[in-house]
Design a protein around this ligand. Structure first.
Ligand SMILES: Cc1ncc(COP(=O)(O)O)c(C=O)c1O
Length: 451
């Protein structure tokens, strides 16, 4: 078969590939052919800065020589072996490394392949734990989750998720959960001042736990930043408060660090900012440096012990994914963690975070910018029709997308969340690239909100 032309590829893309979260009737192909560092190149050789880390997963830039070499070396040994009753040395080393890095007490690692599966694993493990522990609590049959939460697109993850526009359609397929509002500080509940927000949200949590803890198996949270909700940044202290209360009321805590893990917030894990050790830690996206699908759910030995017994007792965790713990992904993940050490990635972040904060201050005073939220190298800029009233644009106006289209014409690739423009560059981004990213966004917002 002759090599397809550029036009063939564009046509086949439209005719055969069904893209995620994309209205295919309007889809305009964007064919990325290659990349280097934080730059992506399309099939016509146009260059784009990867402003959202290829959907929040790239960490050290594309084609990092260390990670490329690690995958090639692993290929020379074995590309895949099963984790069902068997193991391989690369995946074992990664488990050990994750345990050393993770908050204290998380010393058991269950591998899967995506963020959603890491969450499913935590939900099911929590469920089974309460039924099998020495003092069983089978009445714990529900979960506590936050409004606007996003934990992935499988049905368990969607059940604990709460993004109306993505999830409402599937409601009849989902299990019920106890829901609390997202602790946001831009649109506060009536009568609550900014400095009272933390106390308000923790009081609400305590009320629910006091009433219903007997039925709640686990609370799930995106620590510090609810990413898909529009980069909602929680009031400082909320996560620590959640940990104290869930412990007091005997509710397990699942920290979903799929988006915020691996340095995005300025620390390796977001939980570190508030000295929190959850009962489950879910990681994916950046685990392999953004190279390959691999995820992990870390938990404690206490939980793990509830799954031990004689074979006939049937206490094992009946859950698995064919590619869970894939050695190529594990090799990439180990190399990514080496790069963190060798290139002192975390030490370089404060300067980059500060550099991003400067233009964000300018952007914050634009006429149609309601709120600018930054945590580490994550930023969300919320566009509003009326700044004083905090009235959002109708989502059908696609203002966020219009900003991204304008940024794309300036060589920056972004993807919005409704009216929120998201900036989440790879940690390897340079100071100059941060300036380029911010300028494209600043000009893009101006252009897309004028009329
Ligand atoms: C916090 C969080 N959890 C889970 C997921 C799902 O991850 P995946 O798309 O790898 O299934 C995402 C994806 O954006 C996420 O942001």
């Amino acid at each position: 078969m002759p090599d397809p032309t550029r036009d063939d590829l564009n046509r086949w893309d439209r005719e055969h590939v069904w893209h995620a979260f994309t209205q295919m009737a309007e889809y305009e192909p964007l064919l990325i052919e290659r990349a280097r560092g934080c730059k992506l190149f399309d099939i016509d050789g146009r260059e784009y800065l990867d402003g959202v880390s290829s959907l929040w997963c790239n960490i050290h830039g594309h084609r990092h020589p260390r990670i490329d070499a690690a995958i090639r070396e692993q290929l020379d040994r074995v590309a895949h072996t099963t984790s069902l009753g068997a193991s391989n040395s690369t995946t074992i080393k990664l488990a050990r490394r994750l345990v050393e890095l993770a908050p204290a007490g998380l010393d058991r690692v269950f591998f899967s392949d995506d963020g959603a599966t890491a969450v499913e694993v935590a939900l099911k493990m929590a469920w089974q734990y309460w039924r099998q522990r020495p003092d069983p609590r089978p009445e714990k049959t529900t979960y506590l989750a936050l409004g606007d939460a996003y934990h992935g697109d499988t049905l368990g993850s969607v059940s604990v998720g709460g993004v109306e526009r993505f999830h409402a359609l599937f409601a009849p397929l989902l299990f019920d959960v106890v829901r609390l509002p997202a602790p946001q500080t831009y649109r506060l509940p009536p009568g609550v001042a900014a400095d009272g927000a933390l106390a308000h949200y923790l009081e609400r949590l305590e009320r629910v736990l006091a009433e219903r803890h007997d039925r709640i198996a686990a609370m799930i949270i995106e620590p510090l930043v609810q990413a898909a909700a529009g980069m909602i940044v929680h009031p400082p202290g909320y996560l620590r408060g959640v940990r104290e209360l869930t412990r007091r009321y005997d509710v397990l805590l699942i920290a979903d660090e799929v988006a915020v893990g691996f340095g995005r917030t300025g620390r390796m894990f977001a939980c570190e900012h508030e000295d929190v050790a959850p009962d489950f830690l879910c990681v994916a996206k950046g685990l392999t440096g953004g190279y390959l699908p691999l995820a992990a759910t870390l938990t404690t030995s206490e939980i793990w012990r509830a799954f031990l017994g004689r074979y006939e007792e049937s206490k094992q965790f009946y859950h698995g994914h064919t590619y869970g713990g894939n050695p190529l992904g594990a090799a990439a993940a180990l190399a990514s963690l080496d790069v963190f050490d060798e290139e002192h990635v975390l030490k370089q972040l404060p300067a980059k975070i500060a550099r991003l904060a400067e233009p964000l201050q300018r952007i914050a005073v634009q006429a149609h910018v309601g709120d600018v939220r930054q945590r580490g190298l994550i930023a969300g800029i919320e566009l509003v029709e009326d700044r004083a009233a905090k009235r959002p644009y109708a989502w059908s106006e696609r203002r966020g997308q219009r900003v991204c289209d304008a940024a794309r014409r300036r060589g920056v690739l972004l993807r919005p969340l409704g009216n929120v423009v998201v900036l989440m560059p790879p940690l390897a981004v340079s100071l100059e690239e941060i300036d380029q990213l911010a300028l494209a966004v600043e000009q893009g917002i101006f252009e897309a909100t004028r009329g």
